[in-house]
Write a protein that binds this ligand. Sequence first.
Ligand SMILES: [Zn+2]
Length: 679
Amino acid sequence: MEDVKKRLEDLKNLIRKHEYLYYVEANPEISDREFDRLLEELQAIESANPDWVTPDSPTQRVGDSVTSFLTVRHRVPMMSIENSYSTGDIHEWLERCEKLLGQSPFPVVAELKIDGVSGTFNYRDGSLQSGATRGNGQEGDLITSNVKTIRSLPLLIDSRYDMDIRGEIYTPRTVLEKLNQTRIENGEEPFKNCRNLTAGTIKSLDPSVAASRGLQVMVYGIAQAQELGFKRHSEALTFLQKQGFRLNKAWKVCQNHSEIFEFIDSIAGKRHEFDFDIDGIVIKVDQLLQQQELGNTAKAPRWAVAYKYPQERAISRLLTVEWQIGRSQLTPVAGLEPVELGGTTVSRASLHNLDQIKEKDIRIGDRVVVEKAGYIIPYIVEALPAERTGNEQVIEPPAICPVCQQTISIGKGEDEDTATVVKCENPLCQGVISRRIIHFITQMEIENFGPQLVDRLLETGIVKAVEDVLHLDAATLSKVERMGDKSAAKIAANIAAAKTKPLFRLISALGINNVGIVVSEKIAASCQQSFAAFLSADTDFLVQIEGIKDRVAQAIISFRENQLHQKLIEELKLWWQGPSPEELASQKAGDSLAGKSFVVTGEAEVPRRKLEELIKSHGGLVKSSVSPKTDYLLIGSMEGENFVSSKKTKALQHSIPIIDEHELCRILGVEFETIKNQG
Ligand SMILES: [Zn+2]
């Protein structure tokens, strides 16, 4: 009994740790399946010993709120759908429903299960009012400003229904691959998969971060479908499609069992062709009356089930371990015997860190299980010790730095939860300096300044530290081998332009551990966009900022106090000329229509010129003719219902939303009167 109780406590701690990595850090160490297994084990122990259930058990809650977004209560709870890992489970589910409904077979809708972050989007009077995350199912974070940056989500629709549309927010694979390429070049930990990147992005307080990362939404239902008069789920999907929402086109009404399993099989073969990760198929009862009849359990609807595809794993041999130098530590990367996995040949995999290697007892020469499951960077799940020959070697951290050959330090952070860090502490190590410079350049968005140029500047001695980058001019840059005058001028101009980037970029560019974009935004906001305030912020001030722990506050303070960083900080004080809070607010208002194209026609209550200026001043484009790519046709309100024009016909043909000047003002959140009275 004592053993079981101990296991219970261990499980709780383990789950808490992985929950933190998953929900807070967006950087999980184990797969969903491994996580599900831990939770299941805990649930089993608790249900056998109900007295042991405590309110703080991970089974009693889902996720903590971790951002400073407002919390909203969902009008209709967002339940999660029960997962099943075998087709046998699906058969059982179908039989159970058939029995309860007294109908066999009954129609279902099969849809792709996109591996993103669930969201809900409220539309009223034809326009997008708000967007929120699923959160714990009852309450979520209000992320309207980020949701609005998602281009596949219409700002306006024809329908006037007051409805909550449900969908999955995700990041396309191509975006993840590009971002990860840069991160790896920077020696930073790449995002594990599209979902983690999405989760991190929607938590960003600055909508421009969300916009720049090309978030997408595919919608999959209406919370109030039945109240609005829909009879079938498929009818609601067709309605959403017609309203201009992006849906996954692969959804299908299946009339019988064999159609369902054919659908599951046909998608399994195509998984890698999509530009988004899917982890399974969702099957929902089509008739809404039947859904109602089946009802819900405390946690999940009985009328839906998710089939999860098996994760992609392969067995290979670990040949080498390379310690890659990064900004703050060296990370182990496995070299593998090439193996086919998830549609690509894999020859490298992540080993996470020294603790993971020790815990899993992975050795060089071992046969190892490699997993990909939507992970762009495959990782080693476990070694197969039964297949050892005795010639395997224990993996040791390197004794010297692969770049500067100085002794390596290995240490644990003061916090027990942090992983062991393998580090080159030579302040003059070119490997570390190079990574820090590349990090600075990427965070400050200085374009055309790649890692190769950084290395050439370091080799020639033109640059010795991060601060030397600030003052590079065209003349100096053109001294670099193979550098044309034009490129040199362009790069110099880009460096100069970076001076006016917002404060959160500058803070994040310093490269302090655990201080990325999202944390930096919060700090910058708390410091009223003042670099001086950031430099003098003490621990008490920092830990008051939501999401900042003692450990992070300590890292910030010791970075600032470190002698090695004094010159950089002094120079940045003079160099940076970023926007004040007021400037930042007006910049944000300025691009709410970024990328949206408008065509303006007909007579409005204000001159057309004014409307065009208004659109352009908010980042929108004004075009002269309607094409399928047009986002809105604006027809002046002085024209009646019977207004005839070829533009209107075309807009109707392509389901392009038609608005008038009043609706434009509503989208922009400006008073029509102020526009009218402006000169
Ligand atoms: Zn070194």
